[in-house]
Design a binder for this molecule. Structure first.
Ligand code: AHG
Ligand code: MN
Ligand code: MN
Length: 335
């Protein structure tokens, strides 16, 4: 029989060699796994359990919430708030810090999450996901906003779960990126994609072309050159994908390379982009860099950004190194 490595076994073995490791982190990760298994089950059951459709409410960012945005948020909070591993949480769906109820012990980590990414896909039965970021926190004190607003480079772990044809968890603790497939028969994530890497070269891009007229000149130039194909300066044809779920796009890029962009957008100058720094861009940037890719706003490395708010939006350009660097070069050259 093949000796399958479970996610828990993998993390225990990875953490064993590290100094000052107490095992709390492994337990915290198991809490996240429990929540994501519940979400996977619900997403899979769909309207058999009545979870599809709009909740007819808005979140803090003025976006209409799906029923599953709210349900998945509750699943994450309820799986994580009582186990004693966290000092606090933050979520796309909740305005401020989510405290640990006073009856439960507090731990030394903070969790930030997008409980359901790509939620516009849910009613059309396409891929969605969950994204999470783990930070270390001062022990003993109630966490403040300052404790949450740490640079992405300070994350101790980042991961996402893709609820696609199979449910997969992709994870980094700063020692490379590994992918695990949920074996529904035994209820365990099994290591199926060790040491994932993003090839430096690609000829596939992902961008929402309907926003083209709002892009800045460097992004206009890059996409224009891709579209010219063999007849243009790039002298090769490009392929395009847009799944409208960042989790699915990043998973594809981890598998076969590519570039994903939700760039600076002139539609609303008060919003620097669409994606949120703390629970979308930062965790994905950590994963992408650990897999050998690059993640930038076009002007700045995402992981170096000083956050200003829990729901801050940033432009995101990520994926294969040579292509992201080319676009950053176009920004430096001002078009
Ligand atoms: P969320 O469902 O958590 O709000 O995130 C959706 C994000 C991201 O996953 C995706 O890449 C992008 O929004 C899609 O945006 P468009 O609908 O503008 O294409
Ligand atoms: Mn999202
Ligand atoms: Mn979401």
């Amino acid at each position: 029989m093949t000796n399958h490595v479970t996610l828990t076994q993998f993390i225990i073995e990875q953490q064993r060699g590290l100094p000052g490791v107490s095992g709390t982190f492994t337990l915290l990760l198991n809490d996240v796994v429990t929540a994501c298994k519940k979400i996977s089950h619900l997403v899979n059951r769909g309207n058999l359990v009545g979870v599809l459709g709009s909740a007819e409410s808005e979140n803090v960012q003025g976006e209409v919430q799906k029923k599953l945005d709210i349900i998945t948020n509750d699943i994450m909070v309820e799986a994580l708030n009582w186990t004693g591993h966290l000092a606090g949480m933050a979520s796309e769906e909740i305005d401020g810090i989510i405290p640990i109820p006073s009856q439960y012990p507090k731990g030394k980590y903070l969790a930030l999450f997008d409980p359901l990414d790509g939620s516009s896909n849910i009613d059309v039965n396409l891929a969605v996901g969950t994204i999470f970021s783990i930070l270390r926190c001062r022990e003993g004190a109630e966490p403040t906003m300052e404790d949450f607003l740490r640079k992405g480079s300070e994350q101790v772990c980042a991961g996402f779960v893709l609820y696609g044809p199979s449910t997969m968890m992709v994870l980094t603790t700063g020692h490379g990126v590994n992918g695990f497939t949920l074996d529904q028969d035994i209820g365990e994530f099994i290591l199926t994609h060790p040491a994932m890497t993003i090839p430096a070269e690609t000829s596939e891009f992902a961008i929402n072309m309907s926003n083209q007229r709002f892009w800045e000149p460097p992004v206009q130039r890059y996409i224009e050159e891709c579209l010219q194909g063999t007849e243009g300066v790039r002298e090769k044809d490009f392929n395009m994908r847009w799944i409208a779920s960042m989790v699915a796009e990043v998973y594809r890029i981890l598998t076969r390379g590519g570039i994903f962009m939700y760039p600076y957008d002139l539609r609303d100058p008060s919003r620097a982009g669409k994606l949120r720094l703390m629970y979308e861009a930062n965790p994905m940037a950590f994963i992408v860099e650990q897999a050998g890719g690059v993640c930038s706003t076009g002007r700045e490395r995402i992981l170096d950004m000083n956050p200003t708010g829990l729901h801050q939006r940033v432009p995101v350009i990520l994926g294969s190194k040579n292509e992201v660097e080319r676009i950053v070069g176009y920004h430096l050259a001002k078009g």
